[in-house]
Design a protein around this ligand. Structure first.
Ligand SMILES: O=c1[nH]c(=O)c2[nH]c(=O)[nH]c2[nH]1
Length: 297
């Protein structure tokens, strides 16, 4: 009979976001946690007996429950808690390996109340498209991969409900997106009047982030418009801006079955499917020229 070699099992890539509310100042920990267990698992492989198998679904639940019960002080501390728990509470489990990826976030300086707005660390990708027909220039700049989050000041309710609608209304949700934006300059030919491209980019990004942070949001659509309007209002050199904003859904994890109350603290960060909100914001009287599908630009 062939012999079973090394084996392990568990739930991989549990995306957990923990919000700690210190009054109006929020702190976030954003982890991707993979649990792998091994021990007396010959029988499940040879005969299919699950008598020694703690379900991978349970390992997932444990990750979310521990995020609530113990908080997430650090990736290491969180992993230590989990690994110890599996090995000491389950006789057949002799070894636990917990791998953690942590996504780092920085605060967005917010002139409004509270501190609940974050931008994910790491540079966005800056973009530029230059077109010249021998007479006139068209300059479209942009960015992608700029990930932002508000841990409060976002609601979504009052929407159309048909027989397929199950979404519960939300009065305090996380709003997160990965900004992809393109903006068109009104400069066309006068070399003496050329915008300072570097300053313009920094200012557009600043206004974009501040509008995201300061808008009390009733929908991502409303936040998108606020971001675009703020840029058009503050930057005379720009006539048009188009955004493509995936709604990076964060679902509150139901911890009731474990006797734990989830007071908007522990979220499952889903990667797909996602809402996709896209729109152009124009200076009054200007024409839309940025293509609808930004992937071509
Ligand atoms: O901000 C949102 N806009 C929507 O159009 C929408 N639809 C949905 O299911 N959730 C959300 N959130």
């Amino acid at each position: 009979m062939p012999i079973l070699g090394q084996n392990q099992y568990g739930k991989a890539e549990n995306r957990v976001v923990r919000v700690t509310r210190d009054g109006a100042t929020h702190h976030i920990k954003d982890l991707n946690v993979s649990v792998s267990l091994s021990g007396d698992m010959d029988e499940v492989h040879y005969s299919g007996s699950n008598a020694n198998v703690l379900p991978t679904d349970t390992t997932k639940n444990t990750v979310y429950a521990f995020a609530k019960e113990h908080g997430i002080e650090s990736a290491e501390q969180f992993g230590i808690h989990l690994a110890r728990h599996f090995v000491t509470s389950q006789e057949p489990i002799h070894r636990a390996r917990v791998r953690v990826e942590e996504y780092a976030w920085e605060r967005i300086e917010n002139s409004g109340e509270g501190a609940h707005s974050f931008v994910r660390k790491g540079q966005e990708t800056r973009l530029a498209q230059i077109t010249y027909d021998g007479e006139k220039w068209e300059i479209v700049s942009g960015l992608k991969d700029l990930v932002v989050m508000n841990s409060t000041n976002s609601e979504f309710w009052g929407y159309v409900k048909d027989k397929y609608t199950t979404l519960p209304e939300a009065y305090d949700r996380i709003l997160a997106t990965e900004v992809s934006g393109r903006w068109r300059f009104n400069w066309t030919d006068d070399e003496q009047q050329m915008p300072d491209w570097e300053t313009s980019y920094e200012q557009v990004k600043k206004h974009m982030l501040q509008a995201f942070a300061e808008t009390y949001s009733l929908s991502l659509q409303q936040t998108l418009y606020a971001m675009g309007a703020r840029i058009v209002d503050h930057r005379d050199e720009i006539d048009e801006i188009r955004f493509s904003l995936p709604n990076k859904h964060h679902f509150l994890v139901d911890l009731e079955s474990f006797g734990l109350k989830n007071d908007n603290e522990v979220y499952f960060a889903a990667d797909r499917p996602y809402g996709l909100i896209e729109a152009t914001v124009l200076r009054d009287g200007c024409e839309a020229r940025i293509p609808v599908d930004l992937s071509n630009l």
